[in-house]
Design a protein around this ligand. Structure first.
Ligand code: ADP
Ligand code: DP6
Length: 330
């Protein structure tokens, strides 16, 4: 039986990937840096068989439309070519993260799929090669192959664009990320579409690429020095710059909602009160707050005055991809 199963955790970028140099190979315009988290993950099982007549994709138990299966099938085509395997596949995936809501389901989803394929077709890829492969499914997925802090080196070709773990000497274990779930429904403008529109039309975009390089150096230096405030300042500034590019796009758009602004105000007030914490946002209205583990409760309590308990979720640094035994491989 050609089957495999893997679990991959989501990652949230502290320094964002926002724009492609090469949309087909998914080579980014700039390096990005993320933190893999334990709170949200995807588990995917894939089975290739000569008896299947098309790819069938079940997400959370529901068979997906042909359209929703396209992204998965395009990725499987790459894998089939690499493994010299002509068979279609059935995929069962479970997202322990809201899908397409700006909480990085594409990162955990495509990393888990890449891992499951690696196992099913005995590709025996190294972590670096697996990161390269996952990148072809979704850029941010290349970072979910590794745990903790991770940098995606943009590279200039398929072979040179992949993620690498950043050794923070265990410092990441002192950190946490508090999620403010403002909307867990699929967004109107996907990350892919949003970044493409921004690259093509935003007057601010060239400046973004330059700023991202500086922010990355600041963030990496802060990680090496275990300097939480410096890391938070670089992260928050970088996220704001990314979102600024969307306002100057044609047509303009934003992922922010009034509740996102409320959460940002709470973060700023907490800082004034002496609790260091910093926000970032991705392609959706949800706000993620980077903080020290010791302050999680105080931050949750401050948020509870404005948001329901179920909207506030604390996550901690998580591991890299894991291969799961299936009924057949056991
Ligand atoms: P998000 O913020 O959740 O990453 P994106 O718009 O970037 O949102 O990506 C969402 C897309 O990622 C989905 O529409 C789907 O194509 C893909 N995706 C999400 N979860 C999975 C999964 N478990 N397996 C395969 N693809 C997935
Ligand atoms: C805002 O990795 O979902 O979350 O490569 O087109 O699949 P594709 O995009 P995706 O974009 C993530 C964008 C982001 C920032 C980040 O995670 O770095």
């Amino acid at each position: 039986m050609l089957n495999g199963k893997a679990r991959a955790y989501t990652n949230i970028a502290l320094i964002k990937y926002w724009g492609k140099e090469d949309p087909e190979l998914i080579l980014p315009k700039n390096n990005s840096l993320s933190l893999t988290l334990d709170g949200f993950f995807t588990e995917t099982e894939v089975l290739f068989s000569k008896n299947f007549t098309q790819d069938v994709f079940y997400l959370d138990g529901m068979e997906q439309s042909r359209n929703a299966t396209k992204k998965v099938s395009t990725f499987l085509d790459l894998v089939r070519k690499r493994a010299n395997c002509p068979f279609f596949a059935v995929i069962h995936s479970h997202n322990h993260v809201p899908t397409a809501a700006g909480l990085a389901s594409s990162a955990s989803g495509l990393a888990a799929l890449a891992g499951a394929c690696n196992q099913a077709l005995a590709l025996n890829l190294s972590p670096k090669e697996l990161s390269q492969l996952a990148r072809r499914g979704s850029g941010s997925a290349c970072r979910s192959i590794f745990g903790g802090f991770v940098e995606w080196e943009r590279g200039h070709s398929d072979a040179t664009s992949y993620a690498v773990p950043i050794d923070a000497q265990g410092w990441e274990k002192e950190l946490a990320m508090v999620f403010v779930l403002i909307n867990d429904q699929p967004k109107d403008i996907s990350s892919r579409e949003g970044m493409q529109r921004t690259v093509e039309t935003s007057a601010f975009y060239p400046q973004w690429v330059e700023e991202a390089q500086t922010d990355l150096q600041l963030a990496k230096a802060a990680i090496q020095a275990h300097d939480f405030q410096k890391l938070g300042i670089a992260m928050e500034a970088n996220g704001l710059k990314m979102h600024a590019t969307t306002l100057a796009a044609t047509p303009p758009f934003t992922y922010w909602s009034p509740d996102s602004l409320r959460a940002m105000t709470i973060v700023r007030t907490l800082r004034q009160e002496g609790i260091p914490c910093y926000f970032t946002m991705d392609a959706g209205p949800n706000v993620k707050i980077l903080c020290q583990k010791k302050n999680v409760q105080a931050i949750q309590a401050a948020l509870a005055a404005s948001f329901a308990e179920k909207q506030i979720i604390a996550a901690y640094p998580g591991p890299g991809i894991q291969f799961v035994e299936t009924e057949v491989t056991k």
